[in-house]
Design a protein around this ligand. Structure first.
Ligand code: PNS
Length: 162
């Protein structure tokens, strides 16, 4: 396969679960656009710009990873970027229902756009941004579960918050 995939998410912050999906996406697609959603949570730990910067830093050696942000409906953004494939990672069972609903709603909104799921790697399937933030806040070791640049930023952020 070639072409472009759109990998949307909150990425507050990006984890190695996300970076694993992006790297595997690059083995299928020429380019992966990582799209940080602007309209999700008001109590995020990192601003949209910070999240984008951390993803860009983690893929500084990879010109085929483009980091952007979007507001509003994902399918509208996909159409605007002329991308027809949404890429998502799928972890254990609890992801399925939510992802199934979103993929089908998105396809109902625009039948030209489909979602491709990559199963989470066994080394990352337990990871979520929420859990990583909790562990960092409580002083646990987060090395290996987020890219190194994110680990440093996250530790700084939780230290400043306490
Ligand atoms: O990382 P997340 O929080 O699981 O990502 C969810 C995201 C951003 C992909 C989803 O909430 C989304 O697409 N939001 C944009 C608004 C939208 O299109 N909503 C309808 C989805 S069916």
């Amino acid at each position: 396969m070639s072409g472009i995939a759109l990998y949307p998410g909150s990425f507050d912050p990006v984890t190695t679960g996300h970076t694993n999906i992006i790297r595997r996406g690059l083995q299928i697609f020429d380019t992966v656009i990582v799209a940080v959603a602007r309209n999700i949570s008001k109590n995020a730990l990192f601003s949209i710009d910070e999240r984008m910067e951390m993803i860009r830093d983690a893929f500084a050696d990879q010109p085929n990873v483009i980091v952007e942000s979007f507001e509003g409906l994902l399918v509208q953004y996909a159409r605007q970027r002329e991308v027809t494939c949404i890429l998502r990672g799928l972890r254990a069972v609890e992801d399925f229902e939510y992802e199934y609903q979103m993929a089908n709603m998105n396809r109902k909104l625009n039948s030209d756009i489909d979602t491709l799921f990559l199963m989470a790697d066994p080394t990352t399937f337990f990871l979520s941004s929420r859990l990583v933030k909790e562990v960092a806040t409580l002083g646990g070791d987060i090395s290996g579960v987020v890219p190194e640049n994110v680990r440093v930023r996250l530790l700084e952020r939780v230290a400043n918050k306490s």
